[in-house]
Ligand binder design. Structure first.
Ligand code: ADP
Ligand code: MG
Length: 224
């Protein structure tokens, strides 16, 4: 039976003393193994919602549960993120002075593996995303699609149960976007992880088990 991995209970996030209501009274359950698409236009509250789901932001009101519990503080969230959540961002967020392989190794510094195991896993993951010929390159020597592949490999470093992608194809042309999204989808299927993808692109939304629309900080449809 599927379990609830993330639950949001009446979650709101306001800014500027309530002048901006980025996320309004959201109730949502994310089940283990499902692929959820959060679809909404720019400024609708998608990134805020993702940040609330992963403890990168704190709700003004309401509660967030992960595996049935509300993390008590930033350090509990931080441990949960490093052990169970992989992140993929629109702008890749690679460290420009580190090679592809070193970028992939970064999340593993918080886990009990030695340098040889780190290197081995990073090389394995880069091979998995089709970049075994680019492991020693700096991000500046890679195309946008290749950079996002490195970021995808990095997101998998600690075998996360949950993968969160915020506009993962937002900086890519349409052909590269389709390839990157196929890769994320294939990984979701083979790793059996829970996948949450935030996008304003309807073609990406088609991959999802469930599409959740967000407009003006509210969920407007929750279709199974
Ligand atoms: P999306 O990711 O869907 O484009 P965001 O979650 O980034 O939307 O933003 C939702 C709304 O909240 C926007 O109106 C945005 O300007 C506002 N917002 C986001 N972050 C902040 C912040 N730190 N301070 C003030 N307003 C913010
Ligand atoms: Mg956003």
């Amino acid at each position: 039976m599927k379990e609830v991995i993330i639950r949001l209970e009446n979650v709101s996030r306001e800014y500027d003393n309530g002048k901006i209501r980025a996320v309004r009274n959201i109730n949502l359950e994310v089940l283990t193994g499902e692929f959820i698409v959060l679809l909404g236009s720019s400024g609708s509250g998608k990134t805020t919602l993702l940040n609330l789901m992963t403890g990168l932001d704190t709700p003004t009101s309401g509660r967030v549960y992960i595996n049935g519990k509300t993390p008590k503080n930033g350090s509990q969230w931080s441990r949960i993120r490093s052990q169970t959540i992989g992140f993929i961002f629109q702008s890749f967020n690679l460290i420009p002075t580190l090679t592809a392989r070193e970028n992939v190794e970064i999340p593993m510094f918080g886990s009990p593996v030695n340098s040889r195991q780190r290197e081995k896993r990073a090389s394995f993951l880069l091979e998995k995303v089709g970049l075994s010929h680019r492991t020693s390159h700096l991000p500046s020597a890679l195309s946008g699609g290749e950079r996002q592949r490195v970021a995808i490999a990095r997101s998998l470093a600690n075998r996360p149960a949950l993968l969160m992608a915020d506009e993962p194809t937002g900086n890519l042309d349409s052909k590269t976007s389709a390839r990157v999204m196929d890769l994320i989808y294939d990984i979701h299927v083979s790793e059996k992880n829970t996948l949450v993808v935030v996008t304003h692109d309807r073609t990406i939304a088609e991959h999802g088990d469930r599409i959740i629309r967000i407009s003006d900080g509210r969920l407007i449809r929750n279709k199974m």
